[in-house]
Design a protein around this ligand. Structure first.
Ligand SMILES: [Zn+2]
Length: 181
């Protein structure tokens, strides 16, 4: 079975505006500023044989203030810059009570089915507690970036930057190989 790294989009792969201590997701391609320095780090994970999947909650799709066409344009750009295998979106509003809006683990389990993933040996990278919670429920290892949004709930690792997170994942994989060899 394959192993994956799930990467929260907003705040990790692209910049977000912050208003009233909340992240505000970009709504147009013009406002979609990528963290391009993350690209070589993602390439390291890809080279290690991991499937790379970006995940994102975009309730603006069902609330009507984000257009699907604009989101598609943004994601086309995202795929050009980063070596992503897939981008998974929850388009629902909180009131839809869907299974895929993080902190629910639906996007992870959907990907596991499609890509034949071993979630116990997969990883979640984010700057927000919702992803750590989805990881915990799905059985993935969570690695959070230090940020105002990590909360106090369980996460496996809290690290200062993406480079440290990528090194940690490669190290965890090497240890796992040593154990199973
Ligand atoms: Zn959903």
């Amino acid at each position: 079975m394959k192993q994956a790294v799930f990467i929260e989009r907003d705040g990790v792969l692209n910049a977000v505006r912050v208003e009233k201590q909340q992240q505000v997701t970009p709504l147009t391609l013009e406002d979609f500023k990528l963290h391009e320095d993350a690209a070589p780090l993602l390439k390291k994970l890809k080279a290690a044989g991991l499937i790379l999947i970006a995940t994102t909650n975009q309730p603006g799709l069902s609330r009507g203030y984000l257009s699907r066409r604009e989101l598609d344009r943004m994601h086309e750009r995202l795929r050009k810059v980063f070596p992503l295998d897939e981008i998974l979106v929850c388009p629902h509003d909180e009131t839809d009570r869907c299974p895929c809006r993080k902190p629910k683990p639906g996007l992870l389990t959907e990907a596991a089915f499609k890509w034949h993933l071993n979630l116990d040996h997969s990883y979640v990278i984010s700057d927000k507690w919702q992803d750590a919670e989805a990881a915990r429920i799905a059985g993935c290892t969570s690695l959070l970036l230090e940020s105002p949004w990590v909360g106090k709930i369980h996460r496996d690792f809290l690290l200062p930057n993406l480079a440290a997170i990528v090194e940690k994942i490669l190290q965890l994989r090497a240890n796992r190989r040593a154990v199973t060899a």
